[in-house]
Design a protein around this ligand. Structure first.
Ligand code: AMP
Length: 529
């Protein structure tokens, strides 16, 4: 039986599922756990660690432990979002040969695609181990707001890991598929996704074999980590008051305190109080060991995080409005991401939408399950769901005075193809430069430039006499192709945006080779079940 993986390649954790005999099966990853920390580390001897093992050794190897690669994938080094992400990273980033952000390990530099490939390889390895067969195909999810470069870079990461990507789909779309919402009557569904590092809201119209993203928004820098930080700060203030010790200056103690903060947060989803005990946490000024113990009640925790929850609710409401809906028109809310197990989060969501959130699929697993559903739908062609996603940003070209002229407005359903006619602006203009951008700003400089090309050999004529058709085509994966055609001669130039950015084919080949030759030996073993 041929299987294809559905992979949720997350910022904090990743997860994978397959459809086996029409039922979703989440792939047991390291230690039988259903999620894998999206962490890759390179030890002194260059041994590569992925997942739990990488996360655990962080304190001893901060500069070579790579967290949250998803924040950087497909981004240029100079992108303001890269700068922002780098502020919270303990590893060094550099400008790669193509202007993209790369990771600097000291002895060598790696593309972000290579880092993500290690996570994908680990998932592939675990699936091979569990199903006792090689699985080479996958549907991979990305946030709805991911642009063309980020989607393409994600595909390259999969290629490096030896996976053929059947389709890239949006995470909220996958969540809707996990709930089987593509079948049945048409409904409006809100997906509230609060993960470890990011918050995303999407409003979908689903049913009749289609999933359409009406609007999406979020905060790429708000997630469980910020909730942990509130507890961490509360604990370190207490320690300072009680023992006059600043734990934040002690890397090891600080890391233990962070882990204890996250554990307390998770416990408070089920219990009213979390007991925090940290023996031998630090050394007191008099040289004695310091033991620390306290209790955190759910009430206090909720007061520590209320502004964070409120921020998500503001975005939640504004995204519903951006979809042209009022909350009473939302038929269902799907909760995605481990943080949505938090009772106050659920209650707050429910104050916006009267009906209780759907809970049939575990929020940590929903996206991977949905990706597996999509993989099986692609397999059973006759039954394929028509997935309609939307473009997350305006797409267009630069025109006179460096203005951004939108050709495909944001929130247009894909696949899409739009043609617009332009004319030359100078007498005897022999070529046209087409600069393609993505973004929502009026001035070209404030948007992201996806690529540029020239249409040459234009006949001599007065300004305005030569007509040029510019066609933008976006595929189901959200990848962009732009064609400029001289209307009179039919002469044209095409640019495949994805091919013009990211790592070159040559580099990609080398990375695939490097990656495959460095994989640990792993024979086949029968599934334990
Ligand atoms: P995700 O990125 O979807 O895997 O979500 C991971 C985040 O969810 C991390 O910040 C976890 O600490 C958090 N998380 C996982 N389980 C729970 C839980 N039961 N209650 C609250 N937060 C949780």
């Amino acid at each position: 039986m041929s299987l294809a993986l559905g992979i949720d390649l997350g910022t904090t954790n990743s997860c994978a599922a397959v459809m086996e005999h029409d039922a979703p099966m989440v792939v047991p990853l390291q230690g039988g756990k259903l999620t894998l920390p999206s962490v890759v580390a390179f030890a002194e001897d260059n041994q590569r660690l992925v997942g739990e093992a990488a996360k655990r050794q962080f304190v001893n190897n901060v500069a070579r432990t790579i967290f949250a690669a998803k924040r950087l994938i497909g981004r240029s080094f100079d992108d303001p979002q890269t700068r922002k992400a780098m502020e919270s990273m303990s590893y060094r980033c550099v400008k790669g040969p193509n202007g993209d952000v790369w990771v600097d390990l000291g002895d060598r530099q790696l593309a972000i695609q290579e880092i993500s490939a290690h996570i994908l390889s680990e998932i592939k390895r675990a699936a091979r181990h569990h199903f006792a067969q090689e699985i080479n195909e996958a549907v991979i999810t990305v946030p709805a707001y991911f642009n063309d470069r980020q989607r393409h870079a994600t595909k390259q990461a999969a290629q490096i890991a030896g996976l053929e990507v059947l389709r890239i789909i949006n995470e909220p779309t996958a969540a809707a598929l996990a709930y089987g919402m593509h079948q049945g009557a048409e409904r409006c569904v809100a997906v509230y996704d609060l993960g470890g590092g990011t918050f995303d809201v999407s409003i979908l119209r689903v049913g009749g074999g289609a999933v359409e993203v009406l609007a999406s928004d979020g905060d790429a820098f708000l997630g469980g980590h910020d909730f942990d930080n509130r507890i961490y700060k509360w604990l370190s203030d207490q320690i300072k008051k009680q023992h006059n010790v600043n734990v934040q200056e002690d890397l090891r103690a600080s890391q233990r305190l962070r882990e204890a903060s996250e554990n307390a947060k998770i416990r408070l989803s089920d219990d009213d109080t979390a007991k925090i005990g940290l023996p031998f946490l630090a050394t007191l000024p008099n040289g004695e060991s310091m033991h620390f113990e306290t209790n955190l009640s759910r009430g206090v925790y909720e007061s520590l995080i209320s502004d964070l929850v409120d921020r998500t609710i503001v975005t939640f409401k504004s995204t519903i409005a951006a979809a042209g809906l009022t909350p009473d028109k939302v038929d269902e809310v799907l909760l995605v991401g481990g943080m949505t197990c938090t009772p106050i989060v659920r209650q707050s969501v429910q104050t916006v939408i009267a009906s209780p959130p759907a809970t049939g699929v575990h929020p940590d697993l929903a996206v991977a399950v949905g990706a597996a559903v999509q993989a099986s739908l692609l397999d059973a062609e006759s039954n394929a769901a028509v997935l309609l996603d939307v473009t997350p940003h305006n797409l267009g070209i630069m025109t006179v005075a460096d203005l951004a002229e939108t050709i495909i407005p944001k929130n247009t359903k894909v696949p899409a193809s739009v043609r617009r006619r332009f004319v030359t602006i100078k007498d005897n203009q022999s070529q046209v430069k087409v600069v393609v951008f993505q973004g929502d700003e009026r001035h070209i400089d404030k948007n992201e430039i996806l690529g540029e090309f020239r249409l040459e050999g234009i006949r001599a004529a007065r300004a305005g006499d030569v007509q040029i058709d510019v066609t933008f085509a976006i595929s189901v994966d959200g990848m962009v192709e732009v064609t400029a055609t001289d209307v009179e001669t039919g002469h044209n130039q095409v640019i495949r945006i994805s091919g013009a950015v990211g790592i070159t084919e040559q580099d990609l080949e080398r990375m695939i080779e490097d990656h495959q030759s460095n994989l640990p030996d792993d024979g086949l073993a029968p599934s334990p079940t």
